[in-house]
Design a protein around this ligand. Structure first.
Ligand code: NAD
Length: 460
């Protein structure tokens, strides 16, 4: 038996001992996680700066702050989430009762991505712990400092008989995927999502796939100059100000009416300068590209027939410093890689249409995105966007905000994945909702038993 199998065997035995099912154990682990985030805050900032050049404010907003908020909610609501919920029964079961019990699944595997190394690892882990599971976490090898801090922090602050971090890349990940888990929660690319799903199929293991895709932002032209300024600021922060666009819910491209495009672009140029300065490369407010490979991939997206010519702002790439300037393109060819692949970087294509309503057909004829952003006050357009397009979420007049709401399910649909988490949804994702029926002996109806006779049709 290899070391992974041995560790898993011990963790399964620990789960069977019932320790992790106790509310007190779950609460102590959630509090331990919160202590880790608070006591190691400066180490977390340092690791995120090292791996991604992420500014502390951004790191707090997207990782520590949201995680502490989720932990506070989980600690506060734990007993309520765990409590069984009464359910109704048909009249036939008179004087009987039913309830739904939330049962932990057992031993779960969480594989995460590098762009929000703490949030994407710990947000699902909070759900796994709250639901009473044992868990193995495999962070991404590409954010190595964060992965190592997660491994040491979790070993120190949490019960290491129940929660383990296994570091490594595809090889270690594949080794883990060969094992039998009670659930696999995967955040990453569709390519690896397919590998995860086929490995899970061998053991009929349920999976959650949190994938990516191209998240559009539609900008309606019916905006006042004040509104347009707010829109521009929200677009910039939803693209360049969120891990330099290396986020699954970052705005991938914008759709705008032809006649309105130059107004939007000109104001974007002004605000990019206001937010990142005249020389963004010198700014510590915009994150760096995670590694050379990703940088080369992004650089390539700017090449190809008619793509370079469509760049209207930025475009410079500094390989040595893993930096790409905030870049805007207008109407690159729709068959170019930049309009087919997920951008996942600080490059923003803007696509123009004759009428803003044309954006509906544009979006619905492409793979379903994880997030759709629509900047409009037009109620009819809002209604049409909700009913005529499909996406993980729709946010009107802002971007990214939906991620921070514990009250909303976070997850994709179609090509952007399936399953959901955040807040109570995470608890549900890592629980089995077990149906319990308690039947009374006091009532018993003769017509529910054979032999079947025609008069029983009416009685049942
Ligand atoms: P990735 O799929 O390359 O890696 C994700 C994880 O899988 C990592 O832990 C990695 O070590 C592991 N892995 C890599 N190759 C593997 C293999 N062959 N077998 C098994 N495991 C393997 O993705 P990434 O580069 O980390 O992240 C980028 C993608 O993730 C983007 O598409 C992005 O949109 C998506 N993403 C989605 C969300 C979300 O919440 N929906 C969040 C962040 C990123």
């Amino acid at each position: 038996m290899g070391s992974v199998e041995r560790e898993m065997k011990n963790m399964r035995e620990y789960f069977r001992s019932g320790v992790t099912k106790e509310a007190s154990w779950r609460e102590s682990q959630l509090k331990g996680l919160r202590r880790f985030l608070m006591e190691k805050e400066s180490d977390i900032f340092k690791a995120l700066m090292q791996d991604l050049g992420k500014h502390g404010v951004e790191a707090f907003r997207d990782e520590i702050g949201t995680l502490v908020k989720t932990l506070n909610l989980a600690i506060k609501c734990l007993k309520d989430w765990m409590s069984s919920k009464n359910a109704n029964l048909p009249a036939l079961a008179l004087l009987s009762s039913a309830e739904i019990v939330h049962e932990p699944l057992g031993l779960v595997l969480i594989i995460s991505s590098w762009n929000f190394p703490f949030a994407l690892s710990l947000e699902p882990l909070i759900g796994a712990i709250a639901a009473g599971n044992t868990a193995v976490l495999k962070p991404s090898e590409l954010s190595a400092s964060c992965s190592s801090l997660l491994a040491s922090g979790i070993a120190t602050y949490l019960d290491d008989k129940a929660i383990r971090v296994i570091e490594g890349g595809p090889e270690e990940s594949e080794q883990l995927l060969n094992q039998k888990w009670d659930k696999i929660f995967f955040t990453g690319s569709a390519r690896v999502g397919r590998i995860v799903m086929s490995a899970a199929a061998t053991h009929l293991t349920p999976v959650v796939l949190e994938l990516g895709g191209k998240c559009p932002a539609v900008v309606d032209s019916l905006s006042s100059s004040w509104d347009l300024e707010v829109i521009v600021k929200r677009i910039i922060v939803g693209k360049y100000g969120t891990c330099a666009g290396q986020a699954c819910i970052a705005i991938d491209y914008v759709i705008v009416e032809k006649s309105y495009c130059s107004k939007l672009v000109e104001l974007m140029k002004v605000w990019i300068k206001k937010m990142f300065g005249d020389y963004p490369k010198r700014s510590n407010t915009i994150a760096r590209i995670v590694n050379k490979q990703q940088l080369v991939r992004l650089k390539k997206l700017l090449t190809g027939p008619k793509v370079k010519e469509s760049v209207v702002y930025g475009g410079s790439v500094d390989e040595e410093n893993l930096f790409i300037e905030p870049t805007i393109l207008v109407d690159p060819p729709l068959d170019a890689a930049i309009m087919i692949d997920e951008v996942f970087g600080p490059i923003l294509p803007i696509i123009t249409v004759d009428k803003i309503e044309d954006s509906i057909e544009f979006i619905s004829s492409r793979p379903k995105p994880l997030a759709l952003y629509v900047f409009t006050k037009n109620q009819t357009l809002q209604k049409r966007m909700i009913s005529e397009t499909s996406s993980g979420s729709v946010t009107f007049n802002d971007a990214i905000l939906q991620y921070a709401a514990d009250s909303l399910p976070f997850g994709g649909v179609g090509a952007s994945g399936f399953g959901m988490y955040h807040g109570k949804f995470s608890f549900d994702t890592f629980s089995h909702q077990k149906a319990i029926v308690r039947r009374s002996f006091l009532t018993d109806f003769w017509y529910r038993y054979p032999p079947w006779t025609p008069n029983k049709f009416q009685l049942l």
